[in-house]
Design a protein around this ligand. Structure first.
Ligand code: FAD
Length: 227
């Protein structure tokens, strides 16, 4: 429902980029892999303790997830993206046709250009992952998206739908250095909420989003602790 002109179209569908390859050390996810393939992939979901499934399962419906690609989702760097929010919690690189291999975190901050995302490389670095989002109705865009992980003993907090694009924070002040005690979890969630810029749109106010970040970081850390 727009009048944008497309001058060049590049079809990636015959390049064999529609598969997920798993080795002992990594997953190589082609740009044309669909969100449904992510949702159903046993290896990826075992490695992420089903966090990937949880991240994509409310995106519209199965027919839609059978078409939407991981390449389009990540390259778009959409503010509302559950996919970008989730992948930022992983030890993850993207392979660009011209730009080579860069970390997803770096890519997420780059300005959109005409490069092509070829694949996403997820390293099997030991870790724990939890993902959750708040939606006003189940298949709507998220009001807030929150991925929490502990990768190689480093805590990561990825907050999307702020409504700006996902932002990755780490425990810079070593609040969790003595473990996931009730007090540490509370202090950590308050710190993440205070350090994540939020804004208002028709789905929720900035203040509400900041409150949700506090709640979701707490819940996800409690789940990460194994409860
Ligand atoms: C109604 C609706 C609801 C949605 N809800 C959600 C939601 O709740 N959560 C969520 O995370 N997402 C949501 N999405 C986004 C969706 O999951 C897809 O990310 C999005 O539609 C992109 O789809 P696509 O893979 O067909 O990419 P396209 O639409 O084909 O591409 C998107 C953009 O990226 C470019 N592009 C595509 N592939 C590549 C590549 N390999 N290299 C370089 N550039 C590329 C295209 O040129 C285009 O500019 C929603 C989308 C719609 C339409």
């Amino acid at each position: 429902m727009a009048d944008k002109n497309v001058n060049n179209a590049i079809d990636l569908s015959d390049l064999g980029l529609d598969t997920i390859t798993e080795t002992e050390t990594e997953f190589s996810i082609g740009a044309m892999v669909t969100l449904r393939q992510l949702e159903l992939h046993e290896g990826l979901n075992t490695y992420t303790q089903n966090a990937i499934r949880q991240a994509v399962c409310d995106i519209v419906g199965v027919q839609f997830r059978n078409m939407a690609t991981v390449g389009g989702s990540i390259f778009g760097r959409f503010g509302f993206s559950d996919v970008l929010t989730m992948f930022l919690t992983l030890d993850c690189d993207v392979e660009l046709f011209q730009g080579g291999i860069v970390s997803l975190e770096q890519f997420s901050q780059m300005k959109p250009d005409n490069d092509i995302l070829v694949r996403i490389i997820v390293k099997k670095t030991p870790g724990q992952f939890v993902y959750d989002s708040m939606r006003n109705t189940r298949t709507d865009f998220p009001v807030i998206a929150c991925g929490v992980s502990c990768v190689n003993e480093e805590y990561r907090f990825s907050i999307g739908a702020r409504p700006g694009k996902a932002l990755l924070l780490r425990d810079e002040e070593h609040i969790l250095k003595d473990g996931l005690t009730e007090n540490n979890i509370r202090n950590m969630s308050k710190w993440v909420a205070a350090h994540t810029p939020t804004d208002s749109n028709l789905r929720g106010s900035a203040k509400y989003r900041t409150h949700l970040i506090d709640v979701f970081v707490q819940r996800n850390l409690i789940q990460l602790r194994g409860e």
